[in-house]
Structure formats: C-alpha cells, structure tokens
Design a protein around this ligand. Structure first.
Ligand SMILES: *Cc1c(COP(=O)(O)O)cnc(C)c1O
Length: 354
C-alpha cells in the first residue's frame, strides 16, 4: 500500500515528563486516514496532521452507529526498539467485526503497515517511564450522507495515537468488581463478539451504577439466563479454581481478547490446565465459600492483567486471594509486560518491531 505523508508544520509540545498522561486525553501530531467507496474500494491512504474531520450531519454513523474500533499499544524497549504486541491479531479482529457490522474489510498487511508507519512518524511521542506506552486507536465508521437504514456505501478508516500513563502508577493493585443483575451488555446473536462502539453505549448505565457503589468495573452476566459470567467492562475474565485456569467460553456475546488468548497460551505453556467453559456466578460464590477460588484476574490491552480483590453480587461480597494479588496473576503480569517491553523472549511472533 502506498501511503502519502504530509507532516505537520506546527508540531505540538510533548507532555512534560511528570504529566500523568490520563488515558486517552492527549493526541500526537499525526493521524492516518484512508477512504472507501463502493466504486474505488479503499483508496487515498495518507498520514496528515492530527485534526478535526469534516463530515456531513447526515453521515450514517451519527444515526445508526455503524462504527468499530481496535486498541493496541506501542512500547519503547530499553534498547530503543519500538515494539508492537501481536498487531496482526487486531487487524484480523477488526475484519471479523467488519463482517458482523457489514463494513468492507482491510487487508491485514495494509492495516499493520498503516499502524507501523504512523507510530514511526510519531515515535518521539512514546513515553518512556515504567508502565507507560503509546496507545493506538484504529477505527472505521460509515460516512455516506443518507438516512436509509442499510450498510453505508462509504467509510473512513482512521488511526490516532495517544501517550498513556501507567495503569497502575503505584504498582499492580487489586480492583473491586460488581456483578450486574439488572442490565446486560450483549446477547448471543448480537454484537458482543464484535468490537463495535455500540457495545459500549449499552454498558454505560451499569458502569455508572458500579462506580457509584465504589466498584471499578462491571462483571457482566449472560443476557439470556443471567446466570453465567461473561466478561468485565473492557476486559476478559479468568478464575483459578483448585489449581485450574478457567475462562468463559467464547459463545458469541464475549469479545475475543488478544490478551485473553495470550494469557491462555502462556498458562498452557506453564503446565496449567486451561478450561474454556460456562461458569455461573453461583459456582463462583460457592467455590469462594469452600476456599477453592484462588485467584481472579481480568485481561485487556489497557491494564494487561488486573487482579480482582473483591467480587460482589447483590449482598454477597467475597475477598479473593485475601484481597491481594495471586501468584499466577502476578506471574502473568510480569511475563506479559516483560514480553511487550522486549525484556523477556516471548513465543515467536508475539512482538513486532516498528
Ligand atoms: C477490547 C476488549 C477486550 C480486551 O481485548 P484485548 O484484545 O485483550 O485488548 C475485552 N472485552 C471487551 C468488551 C473489549 O472491547
């Protein structure tokens, strides 16, 4: 793919070294854009100065939400290399979401090339303090100016970059999660397994409820029986019960996380039995009661691994791993972040140099 490059003539000042880099609030000098229409396919891939995009008020995305996104990170290794973690899996997942919400796919090589070229141009924006990274947000949305309910005939693919601070500035910290019983995020046959913005709209109400109760994340139940746990906010969920690693099976309403997959692969390599199956909230509370529920952690690009210290459903509250961080949770965090930063050799192909 040929990418036209127009560099900014007014570069911004970089954030100061002590800037906390609140997630997704600062953007770099450039962005990638590519257009699509039904006659030309994808065309005019370009990197231009970061700035507003002109759109028709009738653009379909504003009315029916035909939009998807991805999220990955670029890290600066100690030896100066710039590393990405399994970016081709984001490109493939973006294409899976495209299929689900009737958008044109993008060749994986072109997608990864666009990410790498943009990161390379804004490489000075990658923060270097421990735990920091450059968050990469590719997204695709419908631009056709028409109000009919049907797939758009034109789209834009955009990538923006945002330097982000450490998720755990004071070191890995257990979070409190809340099992939501009133609202659901997704149902089988819906959009749950697609990384569509619409899923997040559906989740806001419960997220506010959990925050107000002093919990940082919602643990969603399945939308049909409201019995089986599915995933947390923007993370997948894992349980260690009697030495075995269990995660909800991908049933169509759960987002197939890349961190989830990597975590399952690492646990398998370390000799753990890794089981994907349905697991009910009742089973979790009774395992916790027996002392069999040893660890819970979430997996996702933003935090990588999040230890769960407190789990609540209605009036039932249990402490996990004594409210602290389990041994396997810690080992996963250290290894995954070590691999992402190029300090530990991971399996072949897990990190790609920009
Ligand atoms: C993105 C996302 C995840 C985590 O996926 P990763 O590829 O590991 O970052 C989990 N759940 C939802 C709903 C998500 O949108």
């Amino acid at each position: 793919m040929k990418i036209r490059i127009e560099k900014t003539t007014a570069p911004k000042t970089l954030p100061a070294a002590d800037n906390p880099l609140l997630f997704g609030t600062i953007f770099t000098d450039h962005m990638f854009i590519m257009d699509y229409n039904s006659e030309k396919g994808w065309f005019d891939s370009r990197i231009v100065p970061y700035g507003p995009i002109l759109m028709e008020p009738s653009a379909m995305v504003f009315h029916y939400g035909q939009e998807l996104f991805e999220g990955l990170k670029a890290y600066k290794a100690e030896d100066g290399r710039v590393l990405l973690f399994r970016p081709e899996l984001n490109a493939k997942r973006s294409n899976d979401t495209c299929e689900r919400i009737c958008m044109p796919t993008i060749p994986v090589e072109d997608y990864v090339q666009a990410v790498k070229t943009l990161v390379d141009i804004d490489t000075k924006w990658i923060p270097e303090r421990p735990g920091t990274s450059l968050y990469i947000r590719p997204f695709i949305f419908a631009t056709e100016p028409a109000l009919g309910v049907r797939p758009s005939s034109s789209y834009m693919f955009v990538i923006i970059l945002s330097p982000v601070g450490a998720y755990y500035p004071e070191g890995l910290n257990p979070i409190k999660i809340w099992i939501e019983e009133e609202y659901v995020r997704a149902v089988r046959g819906g959009l749950g397994e697609a990384k569509a913005g619409a899923n997040y709209v559906a989740s806001l109400k419960a997220q506010i409820k959990a925050h107000e109760a002093g919990y940082s994340q919602v643990l969603w139940l399945d939308g049909i029986e409201r019995k089986y746990v599915e995933e947390v906010g923007a993370m997948n969920i894992f349980f260690k019960i009697k030495g075995k690693v269990i995660t909800p099976v991908l049933n169509g309403s759960i987002l197939p996380g890349i961190t989830r997959r990597s975590c399952m692969e690492l646990c398998g390599m370390w000799g753990y039995e890794v089981i994907e199956r349905q697991i009910s909230a009742d089973e979790l509370f009774s395992a916790a009661g027996n002392g069999d529920l040893e660890e819970i952690w979430g997996t996702g690009t933003a935090a990588v691994i999040s230890p769960v210290g407190i789990l609540r459903k209605g009036d039932e509250v249990v402490k996990i791993a004594g409210g602290g961080i389990g041994e396997l949770t810690r080992r996963l965090y250290d290894n995954l972040t070590g691999i992402q930063l190029g300090k530990i050799d991971g399996p072949d192909g897990w990190v790609t140099e920009v």
